[in-house]
Design a protein around this ligand. Structure first.
Ligand code: ADP
Length: 541
């Protein structure tokens, strides 16, 4: 019986690539979405910090100018040549100089409030700064605040609570300015906004006369942030659309072909007699292409196996019918005739047919078992030389002990004693192959002939040659002899002992080892056949 995985089906090979295209596609989409989000968040956090810093430096510049103007225009000389602020003039100047949206407070050296522009619109927790924002704006703001605090660990800002008594002691930055230092603070207000304040010392001739505290709300910052958030939201919308598009693309390039393959497999399972094809997607250079190729090869192997089983069953019934027909007619005839000689001849035929049937049935059962047994059997390291020399010794020992026997063919083994002829395989099955080849060679050898076994090693292969001096193989039948039930032997041979399955089983075993077996005739220089040669090639690993 031929091997169920014949040579015409190339072994399935996964396409060799460094990265899986499907994994790359999935990674690209996820990393892209993640990247956009991270870039957006980082950009917003940085942007907000930048805005606050520029507001602080703007206030500082403004404060410097105010303080210089106040030092010049609202100071008066004291009798001891010292300077002091003239409160009424200072109040007037503060009112005139201060810009809309900025609150200016001027503190005297003792910390008491001289002037307060009060321009800053006071809000309360009941009127939060974000009261008018819509759902999208609110979600964007909360997401950004969350990322700033939780992801980037930005500290909470100190809370600004309007003190009932306006005094420099309540504003650390103002207190520092009274000591001649510049300082600023960023606070959170109860309405959810932020307040930036900068305190600048008011000086004249290097002497501190008071402290100017400029404060500004976060409307400008919030407005700018809102614009940016809106841009990020637009980017999000675009990337959302792209993700949806890519997901649909994935669905069509991954999910749909997989569904196609699954339904083709289902159709084949349901209608086993229909030779429907698994869709050919082998031109795709990814895992789905691999899967399609594997499934196609698997179904081809299955069909081939089913064909093999079918034709094996047909061959078996045909082979069994021949001896049975002969048996039936012999049995029918023997019952009708009385002639003892004729009866004996018929009884011989019956015995012959029964023994042929017996041999056929055991060989058939052997052939049908080999495949399953081979798939279960454990492979081991085999020394081919010691295997062959044991077989040769078994044959030669009785002959060597009986020098008078010159008729039985002799066996000789040629090999390199230094070489290592180890392979991985199933020992008992390989012994079966070699015994069969030796057995055939013996039956075809002339009286006293020599059968030469040669062991060779080339690269990754071990080759065993079996050469006899018999009549050779009928020209043109070199391949046919490996077909099951093919048998062609001289009339004198015991017909009942040959089922024509020996070489077919041998081929099956050798191919299961990944090897090959071929037959050819040995030709003399004049071109006449001088014997048969069987060549078994076995891979070393
Ligand atoms: P069987 O031995 O039962 O006939 P095989 O499958 O072993 O079946 O062999 C098939 C056929 O191959 C044989 O009948 C014979 O015709 C041919 N054959 C096998 N070995 C040799 C050989 N050494 N010399 C010539 N012919 C051979």
């Amino acid at each position: 019986m031929a091997s169920f995985l014949p040579a015409q089906f190339p072994r399935f090979q996964r396409s060799k690539r460094m990265f899986s295209p499907i994994t790359l596609r999935i990674l690209a989409v996820n990393v892209l979405a993640l990247g956009l989000l991270v870039v957006g968040i980082l950009y917003l956090g940085e942007y907000r910090r930048g805005l606050i810093l520029s507001e602080v430096s703007g206030l500082e510049t403004q404060g410097d100018m105010f303080a210089a103007a106040l030092g010049e225009g609202a100071s008066a000389n004291l009798p001891d040549a010292n300077k002091t602020l003239v409160f009424s003039a200072a109040r007037q100047m503060v009112k005139r100089l201060v810009q809309k949206g900025t609150r200016a407070r001027l503190f005297a050296l003792n910390g008491s409030l001289i002037a307060d522009s009060g321009e800053l619109i006071e809000r309360s927790a009941d009127h939060p700064i974000h009261a008018n924002e819509n759902l999208i704006e609110k979600s964007l703001r909360l997401a950004q605040e969350f990322s700033s605090r939780v992801i980037f660990g930005e500290p909470d800002l100190p809370l600004y609570i309007e003190p009932p008594m306006q005094s420099a002691a309540n504003f650390p930055e103002a207190a520092m300015a009274l000591n001649g230092d510049y300082s600023g603070m960023v606070r959170e207000t109860v309405d959810g906004g932020i307040m930036i304040s900068v305190a600048v010392p008011v000086t004249r001739n290097g002497r501190v006369l008071g402290a100017l505290l400029l404060s500004k709300g976060s409307e400008d910052i919030e407005g700018a942030l809102f614009d940016v958030r809106l841009h990020i939201f637009k980017v999000f919308l675009i990337s959302f659309g792209v993700t949806i598009f890519l997901s649909l693309y994935f669905a069509s390039t991954i999910a749909r072909p997989l569904r196609k393959l699954a339904s083709a497999a289902h159709i084949m399972r349901v209608g086993m007699n229909q030779r429907d094809e698994i869709p050919d997607m082998t031109n795709r250079k990814d895992e789905i292409g691999d899967l399609s190729m594997a499934m196609r090869q698997m179904t081809q192997a299955l069909w081939h196996r089913m064909d093999a089983i079918e034709s094996f069953a047909a061959d078996v019934s045909h082979e069994l019918k021949n001896p049975l027909t002969s048996l039936r007619s012999a049995v029918e005839t023997v019952a009708r005739i009385d002639n003892p000689d004729a009866r004996k001849r018929l009884m011989d035929i019956i015995q012959h047919d029964v023994s042929r049937l017996d041999r056929l049935i055991s060989d058939i059962s052997e052939a049908s078992r080999v495949d399953a047994e081979m798939s279960r059997a454990k492979t081991e390291k085999i020394d081919v030389r010691s295997m062959l020399s044991t077989l040769v010794d078994i044959h030669q020992a009785p002959l060597d002990a009986d020098p008078e026997n010159t008729t039985t063919p002799r066996l000789v083994l040629h090999c390199d004693s230094q070489e290592n002829y180890a392979i991985i395989g199933m020992e008992s099955r390989l012994v079966q192959v070699f015994r069969n080849l030796i057995g055939n060679a013996i039956t075809f050898s002339p009286t006293g002939g020599t059968i030469t076994l040669s062991l060779q090693k080339n690269n990754n292969w071990i080759t065993v040659l079996f050469e006899d001096q018999g009549p050779g193989i009928p020209p043109g039948s070199e391949e046919k002899i490996f077909k099951r039930f093919y048998t062609e032997r001289p009339e004198s041979d015991d017909f009942g002992n040959h089922s024509g399955l020996g070489l077919a089983i041998s081929k099956q075993i050798v191919e299961a080892h990944g090897g090959t077996i071929i037959a050819e005739n040995i030709l003399s220089e004049t071109g006449t056949i001088t014997g048969a040669r069987f060549c078994v090639n076995l891979p070393i690993s």
